[in-house]
Write a protein that binds this ligand. Structure first.
Ligand code: 2P0
Length: 339
């Protein structure tokens, strides 16, 4: 974070979960049902500037990519600013803020991420309002904006702990992210197959709530995910990419299976996604270490060794999608934490 005369600027990067977060046990505090493990990427970053105004709270201004923010997205940001002000004990005499944010996401990628957005906002707003938070508390604060944002406070491989399950107040203190010990020889990369399947039909927050409320598979999902997170951490420490890749692909498929069992089903998998999953299996059959993961949308992200990124990208660009055409492929490597 850099404090300038006119405010504070923070930069945060997107992260992709390898062991997924899907479901909350407390939606006010954003406490997850399970721990999750992610990789922060060098691509897809958000830069956010926060400047305090000579005006009372309630006159906040939020501009995203040059346009005033509106609707539900604005409500989320205003609630977050209110939280930061209350933590700074400045509610009585609170000054409004002007938030100016820019997302660097390749056009049409469909990867706009609340993770980089709320991590950057947490960093810039906390500093602007005079909160001196360590990384762990910044991660807890970012979590209140969007769960996955807690992980974007750190670079590389990260775990977000579910925290104390017994009561929410203890959970709020113990549900934070931290970097994972990583074998120095573990050199990974990610290829993103961008599939144009139109705008999302259901946002992830609503989809998670529907899954928790109606999927009979949800208890099995939570039971296995905690063990998957521990095994992923072991694989990262040991530099065992095949083991990490297997866990990551299984976690993504199980997450989608859990939401497919909701009533009505939540389905992000598209026909084009299945074509990419087949291509990833073909790469593996040909001896290339490549493992797929998917989030709340049709795009498929492929984890591989850094040295194999070009061959994986070529494999993905060679796919003939249902309906014709090939996926647009973006390349990413591990990226830094909030700065
Ligand atoms: C993840 N996702 O672990 C999972 C996998 C999408 C699929 O975290 O409600 O924007 O703000 O806490 O973090 C996306 O959900 O949800 C997400 P909220 P968030 O990356």
């Amino acid at each position: 974070m850099s404090a300038e005369p006119g405010g504070v600027t923070a930069v945060a990067h997107a992260n992709i979960a390898l062991v997924k977060y899907w479901g909350k046990r407390d939606s006010t505090l954003i406490l997850p049902a399970t721990s999750s493990v992610s990789l922060t990427l060098d691509a897809f970053r958000t830069t956010t500037h926060v400047e305090l105004l000579d005006a009372p709270a309630g006159r906040d201004e939020v501009v995203l990519d040059g346009e005033p923010l509106a609707g539900a997205a604005l409500t989320k940001v205003l609630a977050f600013l209110h939280l930061v002000r209350s933590q700074a004990s400045r509610t009585a005499t609170a000054q409004a803020a002007r938030v100016t944010s820019t997302n660097e996401v390749p056009t049409g990628a469909g990867l706009a991420s609340s993770a980089s957005a709320f991590a950057a906002l947490a960093g810039a707003a906390a500093t602007a309002y005079g909160l001196e938070l360590g990384r762990r508390d910044l991660s807890r604060l970012a979590r209140r904006g969007s769960g996955s944002a807690s992980r974007s406070v750190y670079g590389g491989f990260v775990v977000w702990h579910a925290g104390d399950l017994a009561d929410p107040a203890a959970g709020d203190l113990t549900s934070y992210a931290e970097p994972l010990p990583t074998a120095p020889e573990l050199d990974v990369a990610m290829a993103v197959a961008v599939l144009d399947a139109g705008p999302k039909k259901i946002g992830s927050r609503e989809a998670m709530a529907a899954t928790v409320a109606t999927s009979p598979y949800f208890p099995a999902w939570t039971e296995h995910t905690e063990a998957d997170a521990a095994e992923a951490a072991d694989a990262i420490a040991a530099g065992d990419l095949p083991r990490l890749g297997e866990i990551a692909e299984a976690s993504a498929m199980r997450m989608h299976a859990t939401m497919l069992a909701a009533r009505p089903a939540v389905r992000y998998l598209a026909a084009s996604s299945l074509a990419v999953l087949d291509a990833v299996a073909d790469l593996r059959a040909a001896g290339v270490g490549a493992w797929a993961t998917m989030d709340a949308g049709p795009n498929v992200k492929v984890l591989c060794e850094g040295a194999d990124l070009d061959v994986v990208a070529a494999g993905l660009r060679g796919i003939v999608l249902p309906g014709g055409g090939a996926p647009h492929v973006l390349l990413a490597r591990p990226g830094p934490g909030l700065r």
